[in-house]
Design a protein around this ligand. Structure first.
Ligand code: NAD
Ligand code: TYD
Length: 376
């Protein structure tokens, strides 16, 4: 029986991971620690909270008392840290919060785990840890900076972050490395590319575009839309994190992503075409339109004229692309879901789960949207 502490488990990737491991492993116990910021939603994991293997704790990863109380109550074996401020645009508006959560939160989790996992010291003074424990830091390919038209990020690519978000994630990675080197803590770092799939908060490109199409709003494309991201279906990512946690070599970094590169403008056009096609094929999906309509003629409003090119993001990284050779070679993982299939699955999910979208955007979302896009 393994006891997990999963932070950020009410957010996009964390919730998908919680669902994935509960299905995959019967013999586990899970504590989910999440502060339920705008990006965290209990509705996302409502069914999982009924599972007797799961306990939810609302709290901040920066708070030493909360994290300590979890380790006192549960014999945690694995800490998997998804909790973070994750949106580049928000980091440009408020960098300090990103440094607090992403760097200090990571350090606090590491420190508490170190104290509870250490069972003695070796002859050189390094801590010795309980058998089978591990800390896994979920990081991002954005720590490597921005690529030109060619080349890929490998685990050896120098760290070169450019946004407050990626700088804070880099700071977190470096403190993980420091705990690994200085205290010999058993750790892994995973660096994934852009995830997409169910439960993605509609401030990020793909769910925002889907939401706006349904509402007949303009689709804001930053700059000229030529920026490239390497899209990773969230369940493929969860499989990779599970593999690295259970089988990854201690102390190693693993890049997760691969060969699903798309220009933003092509994503937007494909999303428009897919929403329209799904609605043409299945009238039930037209109920997701705002206002709801079953009329086929109303689908004419779903076309590329919705696209609007807006002021570019400050310091907008041009291209991310991952070479996943290490995780494929060592652990046999590869990105199973091709973008053409994953985007259809994702759009279907949004069309079928408008209640979830309404639930997560009922709070401050409107204010955020006005502030971010009102003057672009
Ligand atoms: P998200 O913003 O959807 O979710 C973050 C979760 O963390 C939310 O549930 C939020 O409530 C929680 N949280 C935030 N601050 C907290 C705090 N101080 N204490 C406790 N909980 C807190 O993010 P996501 O997209 O699911 O990303 C998860 C992780 O993966 C992050 O570390 C992110 O940097 C990394 N990542 C994400 C992507 C992506 O494409 N989404 C790509 C690369 C890396
Ligand atoms: P995003 O989903 O914010 O992820 P990240 O910045 O971490 O890669 O953005 C993905 C790409 O889409 C990025 O190049 C910025 C661009 N983008 C837009 O063009 N319009 C939008 O409204 C958003 C949110 C993003």
């Amino acid at each position: 029986m393994k006891h997990y502490l999963v932070t950020g488990g009410a957010g996009f990737i964390g919730a998908n991971y919680v669902k994935y491991i509960l299905k995959k492993h019967s013999d586990i116990q899970l504590v989910i620690l999440d502060d339920l910021t705008y990006a965290g939603n209990l509705g996302t994991i409502r069914d999982n909270l009924k599972d007797p293997r799961v306990e939810f704790v609302k709290g901040n990863i920066v708070d030493p008392q909360i994290v300590k109380s979890i380790f006192e109550k549960h014999p945690i074996d694995f800490t998997v840290n998804f909790a973070a401020e994750s949106h580049v645009d928000r980091s440009i508006e408020n960098p300090q919060l990103f440094l607090q959560t992403n760097i200090l939160g990571t350090q606090n989790l590491l420190d508490t785990a170190k104290k509870f996992w250490a069972v003695g010291t070796d002859e050189k003074g390094y801590p010795v840890y309980r058998e089978g424990v591990k800390y896994l830091q979920v990081s991002t390919d954005e720590v490597y900076g921005s690529l030109g038209e060619t080349g890929y990020f490998t685990e050896k690519t120098p760290l070169d972050p450019r946004s407050p978000y990626s700088a804070s994630k880099t700071g977190a990675d470096l403190i993980v490395v420091a705990y690994s080197e200085t205290y010999k803590m058993p750790v892994n770092i995973t660096r994934c590319s852009n995830n997409y799939g169910p439960y993605h908060f509609p401030e990020k490109l793909i769910p925002l575009i889907i939401k706006n199409i349904l509402e007949g709003k303009k689709l804001p494309v930053y700059g000229d839309g030529s920026n490239v991201r390497d899209w990773l279906y969230v369940e493929d990512h969860c499989k990779a994190v599970d593999l690295v946690l259970l089988q990854g070599r201690t102390g190693e970094v693993y890049n997760i992503g691969g060969h699903n590169e798309m220009k933003n403008i092509d994503i937007v056009k494909l999303t428009i075409a897919t929403v329209r096609k799904l609605m043409e094929e299945n009238p039930e999906y037209r109920k997701a339109l705002k206002p709801a309509s079953l009329s086929v003629t109303d689908l004419n409003r779903i076309n590329n004229d919705l696209i609007t090119f807006v002021k570019d993001r400050l310091g907008h990284d041009h291209r991310y692309a991952i070479d996943p050779a290490k995780i494929t070679g060592e652990l046999g993982w590869y990105p199973e879901t091709k973008f053409a299939d994953g985007i259809v699955k994702t759009i279907r999910w949004y069309l079928e789960n408008q209640d979830w979208v309404e639930e997560v955007t009922s709070g401050d979302y409107q204010k955020y949207y006005e502030q971010m896009y009102g003057n672009r």
